[in-house]
Design a binder for this molecule. Structure first.
Ligand code: NAD
Ligand code: MG
Length: 396
């Protein structure tokens, strides 16, 4: 019957910006998809609402106390969703046989283990959680090919590049006549600001992105351009590119989501309204196309497209990320961990905006770079970088 043919989907980070957009697309196609599991950190009330609406077989929260609360509410509502808690439960739902598709939309390093579990179980993995790939690049991509997982990038830029490349693009870009990947960046809310003015900006200003509505962490990353730095690293791993094959192009309208340049002079771009449901629908249905609920682009109202180079003096995080990719090994994991700590400190009022890049640079300078072939080494480098960041913050 049709219930059997529908694909099971696990959404890791279901209550977040990407998670809710994913559930919006899924709900438009009840004949194609069924929700197997939903996970969230501590937002138990939003999770209850999602369970009522999407009727998952399993729901996961971090703490057992929140899981108990949710179990009681679900029982009152006569819903049969099973509720689990803890990091092992995240891994279980990521590798469960009932889900063919796993949306990886937890923010930060917390997404690494469940995302890797989905990869190792050979799932179709929709990757929004860029931090996981930045931390473990070589190991992650090796696991994708070893376990026959289908990895589809959801980050809008990488999804765009994926659409601009030939269907079969393994074995290096040059083999397919691709000379460069053009990674577009909005420039964030402080584009054009002088370095001195940035010292005073508040979390509220940093989180008010001009074109995209996103979670707090990625909003701050967009404002520092660390997001573009993480995306540069992400692009290198996803498309087997070297850092100098990826050019960052500031494009304030966020209509072109990225491009691929070919040896014959062609540049292929993917355009659309800035709405994450487009890459999400692409990842869900690939190689087919389905309705995402997104209006088609009205070029007359867009009217013009502007491009400019990034300001790496005012926004040093981009260079820090490029350096970490060039250094290799655990350097990107250290960069990511220091950045997560710095962003949390900025949001908590412990660090000025310009302190984010400073903290990341200090921690990167202090931490040794090791080969990143073992997961344990990567996790240890992450933990050690967080301790170093905490020491730096304590001295302020
Ligand atoms: P968000 O903050 O809105 O949501 C994060 C989700 O992860 C929530 O469901 C939260 O409960 C869960 N979570 C947070 N910490 C957790 C933890 N320690 N353990 C388990 N679960 C945890 O974030 P978002 O904007 O949806 O972004 C999610 C990921 O997608 C990030 O890696 C981000 O870089 C990436 N991404 C987001 C966008 C976007 O438009 N929002 C675009 C591209 C990529
Ligand atoms: Mg992006």
């Amino acid at each position: 019957d049709t219930r059997q043919r529908r694909q099971g989907v696990t959404v890791l980070g279901a209550t977040g910006s990407i998670g809710t957009s994913t559930l919006d697309v899924i709900a438009r196609h009840p004949e194609r998809y069924r929700v197997h599991a939903l996970t969230a950190h501590r937002s138990r009330e939003p999770m209850l609402a999602l369970c009522r609406h999407h009727r998952p077989a399993v729901a996961v929260l971090e703490r057992e106390s929140d899981a108990c609360w949710l179990r009681e509410r679900l029982a009152e509502a006569d819903l049969s969703t099973e509720v689990r808690s803890g990091p092992e439960a995240l891994v279980e739902v990521a590798e469960a046989g009932e889900a063919e598709v796993v949306m990886s939309a937890i923010v930060g390093a917390a997404g690494l283990l469940p995302t890797l579990a989905a990869v190792r179980a050979g799932k179709r993995v929709l990757l929004a959680n860029k931090e996981a790939l930045v931390m473990s690049g070589a190991l992650f991509m090796e696991a994708v090919s070893q376990h026959g997982a289908t990895l589809l990038p959801i980050d809008s830029e990488h999804n765009a590049i994926y659409q601009c490349l030939p269907l079969e693009h393994r074995g290096g870009l040059a083999r397919h006549g691709v000379t460069q990947l053009l990674l577009t960046a909005s420039g964030g809310p402080f584009r054009g600001w002088a370095a001195e003015a940035l010292a005073e900006v508040t979390p509220a200003q940093a989180c008010a992105h001009p074109n995209w509505s996103m979670g707090q962490k990625i909003s701050v990353d967009s404002a520092t351009l660390m997001n573009k730095g993480l995306e540069l690293i992400e692009a290198c791993w996803l498309f087997d590119a070297s850092p100098d094959q990826v050019q960052v192009v500031v494009h304030p309208q966020s209509v072109i989501h990225s491009m691929a340049a070919y040896s014959d002079g062609s540049v292929i771009a993917q355009l659309g309204n800035p709405d994450m449901r487009t890459p999400i629908a692409y990842g869900l249905a690939w190689p087919e196309r389905i309705d995402a609920g997104v209006q088609s682009l009205d070029l007359f109202s867009v009217a013009r497209l502007d491009f400019e180079p990034p300001d790496e003096e005012a926004f040093p995080c981009l260079r820090l990320a490029r350096d970490a990719m060039a250094a290799g090994g655990t350097a990107p994991a250290v960069l990511n961990a220091a950045n997560e700590m710095a962003v949390a400190a900025f949001l908590g009022g412990r660090l000025p905006f310009t302190g984010i890049a400073e903290l990341v640079a200090r921690v990167r300078d202090a931490e040794p770079v090791q080969p990143a072939t073992e997961l344990e080494v990567i996790l240890a480098a992450d933990a050690q970088a967080r301790r170093a960041a905490e020491r730096y913050l304590a001295r302020l």
